[in-house]
Design a protein around this ligand. Structure first.
Ligand SMILES: Nc1ncnc2c1ncn2[C@@H]1O[C@H](COP(=O)(O)OP(=O)(O)O)[C@@H](O)[C@H]1O
Ligand SMILES: [Mg+2]
Length: 306
């Protein structure tokens, strides 16, 4: 059996201040955040749904069994730089506060995808899920969960691409099957384990994977209000005029020739570029920001064909 260090990046216990701050900085995702909190809380501790039904509907309701059968899988899909990884790796902070339980964040090392030996992929995925099973059992008991584990499978495109995809090697198909088996093993096991799968290419995701997901969250490029919120937050303290921020919001929106900026185009390219232009001799000016917003090309839309 593969050791934990070979399967996962170091496990992180949440809540934790850095990730908490990252979660709070994610704008425009409030609906998603709320739904994610409820969905994971119910998967992690189904007794909450039962006591809610008892309180508000006077006892068990048919819908309870529907929830019991769901696979603990969420799919985060959408454009690059739209906050999938950031949310996947930080929402546990909110969950931990809400449930008043520790949350352990496991991130699968897909880079360990190995030398392509037949069976290697299968056993890696299989081992990862057995690990989650064992860890999940350790923290569940008759009085409910004592902790929640989140497994994040990021950049999962190659892993769970459609089994029908022509170009796919045998090894990759084995990965999909192992993943499905892992999810099915967790479904109905009643363990406080939740799997989040992030992908840029929802179109290529195996239909069997999509079918199992308790929910699919679609991430998009920021609209005007969201770009405004992100820019205002990222430029805080730089003495940029409100009018300049409004102009930058316009400049970074979609035009007929190109899409609008992604979230990360704003936070990881535009604002840092403005700072680097001024550093080390002078302050950042409104002019820096506007010149760069004219100049920088947003990340192209991720296409299915590559
Ligand atoms: N909704 C958002 N609000 C604020 N910043 C965001 C948002 N989404 C993404 N970002 C910024 O973009 C960076 C990259 O996002 P990331 O989660 O890695 O994108 P993805 O995984 O979807 O490609 C984040 O670290 C953050 O700085
Ligand atoms: Mg990502």
């Amino acid at each position: 059996m593969t050791s934990q260090d070979d399967l996962f990046h170091p496990v992180v216990e949440l809540p934790e201040p850095t990730r908490r701050a990252r979660y709070d900085r994610l704008v425009g995702l409030d609906d998603m955040k709320l739904l994610l909190r409820k969905e994971t809380a119910l998967l992690a501790d189904p007794r909450r749904l039962r006591s809610w039904a008892a309180e508000h509907h006077g006892g068990d309701i048919a819908a309870l069994t529907l929830f019991a059968d769901r696979a603990p899988l969420f799919v985060f899909a959408g454009d690059v730089g739209s906050g999938k990884s950031a949310l996947a790796e930080s929402f546990g902070c909110d969950l931990a506060d809400w449930l008043d339980l520790p949350v352990y964040l496991y991130r699968l090392k897909l880079a360990t995808r190995g030398s392509g030996l037949v069976g290697e992929m299968t056993s890696l995925i299989g081992d990862a899920f057995s690990h989650m099973h064992t860890a999940g059992k350790r923290v569940s008991g008759p009085k409910g969960a004592r902790a929640v584990q989140i497994l994040v499978v990021d950049e999962a495109d190659a892993l769970v691409q459609s089994r029908e995809a022509q170009q796919m090697h045998h090894e990759d198909r084995a990965g999909v099957d192992a993943f499905l088996a892992g999810i099915d093993g967790l479904a109905g096991a009643g363990l406080p384990v939740v799997v989040v799968l992030c992908t840029n290419r929802v179109g290529a995701l195996d239909p069997a994977v999509m079918r199992r997901a308790a929910a699919t969250f679609t991430f998009t490029r920021p609209g005007n209000e969201q770009r405004h919120a992100v820019l205002a937050q990222a430029l805080d303290g730089l003495d940029i005029q409100p009018e300049t921020i409004r102009k930058a919001v316009e400049l970074t929106g979609p035009t007929k020739d190109r899409p609008g900026y992604t979230f990360s185009d704003l936070t990881q390219r535009l604002v840092p570029a403005a700072v680097l232009r001024a550093f080390p001799d002078r302050p950042v000016t409104d002019e820096d920001l506007l010149a760069l917003a004219e100049e920088l090309e947003p990340t192209p839309i991720f296409t299915e064909k590559r």
